[in-house]
Write a protein that binds this ligand. Structure first.
Ligand SMILES: [Zn+2]
Length: 180
């Protein structure tokens, strides 16, 4: 039966950690992805059959696990959300994109952080730094743009608002006209 994470002894937790580490260190390091893809391909039928045969048990197990850990998981989530606003930002963008019917992509936090690093935590358009940066959709969502890391740039709120639903080339033309 599902065990509460909180009920596991330190020794048991450490044993599980060691087990996971051991599993990774035994796996071919150089190409874990290829290893997993090959493994899944080789065992696909077997896995499917197992899941089909054990479906009620698997569902019951997950339900029991969730029920046993609900309070902790909710507390964890609340604590996380209190300090990580990006979860809300991400949900907001996903909702917009879904509404526009542009296909759903998930932007991983790690990829967004990498993007911020690449732009030295400055606005990709005006270079302003030390201010909150928005997830700017280069191809606007309103014009069919997707919410994917390939369509995002860090932008200050001013540039984000000014560019609005314009394509980059339209915005640039507008700026050139204004400067002329
Ligand atoms: Zn800017």
């Amino acid at each position: 039966m599902a065990k509460r994470v909180a009920d596991l002894s330190q020794a048991e937790l450490e044993r599980r950690r060691q087990h996971d580490r051991g599993r990774w260190s035994r796996a071919p390091h150089r190409d874990r992805r290829a290893y997993h893809v090959a493994y899944d391909a080789a065992h696909a039928a077997e896995k499917r059959a197992y899941r089909a045969a054990h479906r009620p048990d698997i569902l019951a197990y997950h339900r029991a696990w969730w029920a046993a850990n609900r309070d902790e998981l909710n507390a964890q989530k609340a604590a996380y959300n209190a300090t990580h606003r990006s979860g809300d930002v991400e949900r907001h963008h996903r909702r917009r994109v879904r509404k526009a019917g542009n296909g759903l992509f998930v932007v991983r936090e790690r990829d967004w952080r990498r993007m911020l690093d690449r732009y030295r935590h400055a606005c990709a358009y005006c270079g302003a730094a030390g201010i909150p940066l928005h997830r700017e959709h280069v191809v606007p969502i309103a014009r069919g743009g997707r919410h994917s890391i390939g369509n995002l740039l860090p932008s200050c709120s001013l540039c984000n608002a000014r560019k609005g639903a314009k394509f980059l080339i339209e915005w640039r033309a507008e700026l050139l006209r204004a400067a002329a």
